[in-house]
Design a protein around this ligand. Structure first.
Ligand SMILES: Cc1ncc(COP(=O)(O)O)c(C=O)c1O
Length: 377
């Protein structure tokens, strides 16, 4: 059941936040290590038998990668830069999967030289890029699953249509490549578990056809997409994953099943602390300039389309206000028309669920530093 979150629902209270801000300043992203560990354990318990590969792109901070490595996570990486991060955290290549469907030869060699063996492809050209490395690489074919109702439809740009997956597998095998399985991503912040079932139904059919030939497939990669609470609440993982689990148990018991959660593992763990650095009364309403904006941690509002739960300590009559970021760009406005009590310069605001796709896509535009990431507890 969905319910609206009240402002008081934020993970961190103001007393704790003020102490931390005194030490670290703002803007700061406070990441709870305990919360990351709990998210990992909850999802692992909700998907028994499924290997979790943290999608590093969601938040590539090495502190988070190390915490998840310690919990036993494996890693979904998709670029040379992400390889460098996991390598610097001492993670074995056998715990990594390269999920970018389109890579240059140099990128393939970089990953192979690190020791990664599993890669994702979604077209013929990509298959052919592996011909020189056919003995060292095992491939998953990325299937598209359209999910326009997810926050981000991850089959807009990648993935081969379900009806064409088997032909690509056959082509790969005719080329002498090792095709190990199928991967898909059913949409990020996907609140509809049945999208996983839809994708798994296609996988079942493809696996059946592969098994009817000479070589069965052995890996099913169900991607990421597991949802977290933002402004509205979602199902807890045990409930959300139940139909997925049942389907996997019934039809894929003999397969190696892996998942690539990003948002679920890091999203809920971070609170952004930002302060009002200036204000102006304009057209009868207050406009506030925060020290974090769309070019910083709120880049997630642009690229990830996320809306974060906010809390302010100030009380009083709420009036129509504007919240903007610190840069000189007029585009850098977070909320045009938001009801807020009057805020003073220096006022602290907290934004919850800011661990995924926030600092990951932040820039230093206009010379502003990114929010400081601080791991707490
Ligand atoms: C290939 C792939 N796997 C996993 C993820 C992580 O998805 P999520 O954060 O929705 O769990 C992404 C996100 O972009 C992705 O592109």
């Amino acid at each position: 059941m969905r319910r609206s979150r009240s402002f008081a629902d934020t993970a961190m209270n103001f007393t704790t936040a003020r102490k931390l801000v005194e030490m670290h300043g703002t803007p700061a992203l406070f990441v709870s290590a305990n919360r990351i560990r709990r998210s990992y354990r909850d999802l692992a318990a909700a998907l028994p038998g499924v290997e979790l590969f943290y999608a590093v792109k969601a938040n590539a901070a090495s502190e988070l990668v190390r915490i998840l490595a310690d919990e036993g996570s494996s890693f979904d990486i998709s670029t040379n830069g992400e390889i460098d991060i996991v390598r610097s955290c001492g993670i074995e290549p056998s715990r990594c999967l390269h999920t970018h469907p389109v890579k240059s030869d140099a990128e393939i060699r970089y990953a192979l030289d690190f020791g990664i063996a599993h890669f994702v492809v979604d077209n013929e050209d990509e298959l052919r890029k592996f011909l020189p490395y056919r003995d060292r690489a095992r491939l998953l074919v990325r299937m598209s699953i359209q999910n326009p109702s997810a926050l981000v439809n991850l089959s807009h740009k990648f993935g081969v249509a379900p009806q064409d997956v088997f032909a690509l597998i056959e082509m790969g095998r005719e080329l002498g490549l090792k095709i190990a399985g199928i991967s898909f991503h059913a949409g990020s912040q996907n609140e509809n578990a049945l999208k996983f079932i839809e994708a798994l139904e296609y996988c079942r059919d493809i696996c059946w056809r592969a098994a009817a030939g000479s070589e069965p497939l052995s890996i099913i990669d169900i991607g990421g997409g597991f949802p977290i609470n933002y402004i509205t609440s979602v199902l807890p993982p045990a409930q959300f994953c139940q139909p997925v689990n049942e389907y996997l148990e019934r039809y894929f018991a003999n397969y190696r099943v892996i998942a690539e959660p990003g948002r679920y593992l890091c999203g809920s763990a971070a609170t952004l602390a930002t302060r009002v650095k200036g204000r102006a009364l304009r057209d009868g309403g207050w406009g506030y300039y925060l020290d974090a904006g769309l070019y910083g941690s709120f880049s997630g509002k642009v690229y990830d389309h996320a809306e974060y739960p906010m809390s302010v300590a100030a009380r009083g009559k709420r009036q129509r206000s504007v919240l903007a970021g610190p840069t000189c760009d007029s585009f850098d406005v977070l909320y045009e028309n938001i009801a807020l009590p009057v805020l003073k310069v220096g006022e602290l605001l907290l934004f919850d669920s800011m661990g995924a796709y926030t600092n990951a896509s932040a820039s230093r535009f206009n010379g502003f530093e990114k929010a400081k990431l601080v791991v707490i507890d």
